[in-house]
Design a protein around this ligand. Sequence first.
Ligand SMILES: NC(=O)c1ccc[n+]([C@@H]2O[C@H](COP(=O)([O-])OP(=O)(O)OC[C@H]3O[C@@H](n4cnc5c(N)ncnc54)[C@H](O)[C@@H]3O)[C@@H](O)[C@H]2O)c1
Length: 370
Amino acid sequence: MIIGVPKEIKNNENRVGATPAGVIELVRNGHTVYVQSTAGEGSGFMDDDYIAAGASILPSIEEVYGVAEMIIKVKEPIESEYSLIKEDQLLFTYFHFASYEPLTHAMIKQKAVCLAYETVEKADRSLPLLVPMSEVAGRMAVQEGAKYLEKPLQGRGILLGGVPGVRPAKVLIIGGGVVGTNAAKMAAGMGADVTIMDNNLQRLRYLDDIMPANVNTFMSNEYNIRELLPTHDLIIGAVLIPGAKAPHLITRDMLKEMRPGTVVVDVAVDQGGCIETCRPTTHQDPTYIIDDVLHYCVANMPGAVPYTSTLALTNATLPFAIQLANKGWKKACADSNELKLGLNVVQGKVVYKGVAEAFNLDYVPVENVL
Ligand SMILES: NC(=O)c1ccc[n+]([C@@H]2O[C@H](COP(=O)([O-])OP(=O)(O)OC[C@H]3O[C@@H](n4cnc5c(N)ncnc54)[C@H](O)[C@@H]3O)[C@@H](O)[C@H]2O)c1
């Protein structure tokens, strides 16, 4: 199969859909890979690295889309890419269709085969191509939180791990899934006094078993959250209710109960945030203050560490990309339920119920297109 890796053109996106290591595997499986010149630069991979791995470099995005049967990228196509997409071309990338109607209509119009990273789903309902970015964001939440607790950055001026004779900072993590677990590991490793909350008792039991001694588990409910807010320095929002907006577990009135300079990192901002006062921010301007509480609500946290994020993402996507290239999308999706659930828009038909429902479009069961 002929595979194309275009350069991401979305603002501030430095990740790339395939690494030189991935190219080696795809070429070894008998495929031809074309990479757009400088596509990997933002993640630290040069054109020569791709050439050494067996890819050919093409100077323009038009040529990459023009030659490829399958496109591997990271973000959803943006307006200027729509017309480059060909009928029957397979696009393997994040789409997040339900959040942007024009993209859905454009992909229907182009009659492409859109396999979305975010809906590839395992039998246990986990989302293997979202997990790596949650791992990055969870770990980063502590790094950013520790930084903004510094006084010059308007935090309380407390060192996360303390020092001998001085108590460490208190970190409260609300939501004990992938983001929360990774945040807890980092905060614990830095010596903080960590509490992780979830409303799933089974999950709390698991966390209690695996976490180090400086991590306590606590049932998530309004009473318990109100109790902890006045004494905690860094609060990390990491809640997810699949398919729904995040619940506002910290309401505006609760900010007054926190100490000035408390830092809130609301990782769940992409689902509306679990703090009522959360609004999306960017890496250029990541924070704002309300009632003396510093809010960090960057919606694409992994974008700040493209080297790590690209490797983490492609580690997870490559095995699927190889299946798609080796078998073609129809057979690969017929053989793998995980991949089949990734199909969202196929040759002009919406085959993912959530997307059809979001925009009142006709839904065609995915089996009908295989
Ligand atoms: N900002 C970013 O850059 C970025 C990056 C990655 C992920 N995210 C977002 O982070 C959020 C968390 O993702 P995840 O992968 O950890 O999800 P997850 O499904 O692994 O974990 C969510 C956890 O929230 C818990 N939960 C649900 N309701 C709760 C409540 N009322 N109180 C406490 N806990 C509750 C669930 O039991 C679950 O353990 C998602 O919204 C995700 O989209 C953001």
